[in-house]
Design a binder for this molecule. Sequence first.
Ligand SMILES: [Zn+2]
Length: 69
Amino acid sequence: MPPTVSTEAVHPAVAPIRVPLLAWLLAVVALIVFYLLLQENGMVTTGAAAEYLHEFTHDGRHALGVPCH
Ligand SMILES: [Zn+2]
């Protein structure tokens, strides 16, 4: 007699996850701030700080298609 596999082991029950509204709001604010940081290209910071911020987000800029250089 072959071993039996219960459907519970193959497809475990997935409990619904409730994400609080505050978490969604924080995620939206974080995305907006990150977008503004990506767009920042010397308007807010200057000199070494601008260069550091640019290099810190450089790969992300290209990955997201943000104008860079
Ligand atoms: Zn670039």
